[in-house]
Design a protein around this ligand. Structure first.
Ligand code: GTP
Length: 163
């Protein structure tokens, strides 16, 4: 059977529980937002496919016809299963979601640490909001760096990654 696409980009969302992974996917794929929190209880096996030729977060996007998302559960007890999904993820970026909420303590220090982490690992960093759509469709054509998933995984940083 003929493939329905020429290029397939596999994107994996990883991050602590409640940081906004599911909402970011839903905003991106369906342009929708729901404030009800239903924790993902296992790495979601279903794959959301969609055509987003205008999405420019990854390199070669003009050639890209399909993005394939896999949501994961952020709860610690699912960590072993989730890490099995790292294989096959293509590149990584660092995302700080829920930026419309300004009430976090020490937000400036957080930002500094996150930016340092991104610099340290040579990965791109975006501040997003699934609620307001901020930066969800933004980005540029620069090529993302290869992921260093093992070392980034050792750090317990409170953010959502799109890898
Ligand atoms: N204000 C605001 N709330 C958000 C945003 N993104 C997500 N939330 C809220 O944060 C909560 C958690 O979002 P989820 O997307 O379910 O978090 P998750 O990372 O998938 O969590 P797990 O499934 O437990 O791993 C929900 O109540 C969302 O409505 C955002 O950009 N702004």
């Amino acid at each position: 059977m003929a493939k329905a696409y020429d290029h397939l980009f596999k994107l994996l969302l990883i991050g602590d529980s409640g940081v906004g992974k599911t909402c970011l996917i839903i905003r991106f794929a369906e342009d929708n937002f729901n404030s009800t929190y239903i924790s993902t209880i296992a790495p979601t096996p279903s794959v959301a496919k969609a055509k987003f030729p205008s999405w420019r977060l990854l390199a070669s996007v003009s050639l890209c016809e399909n993005f394939c998302f896999r949501d994961t559960a952020g709860q610690e007890r699912f960590k072993t299963i989730t890490t099995a999904y790292y294989r096959g993820a293509m590149g990584i970026i660092l995302v700080y979601d829920i930026t419309d909420e300004k009430s976090f303590e020490n937000i400036q220090n957080w930002m500094k640490s996150i930016k340092e982490l991104a610099r340290e690992h040579g990965i791109r960093f975006f501040e997003t909001s699934a609620k307001s759509s901020m930066n969800v469709d933004e980005g540029n054509n620069s090529k993302p760096s290869s992921p260093d998933l093992k070392s980034s995984d050792k750090k317990n940083t409170n953010k959502c990654s799109l890898g």
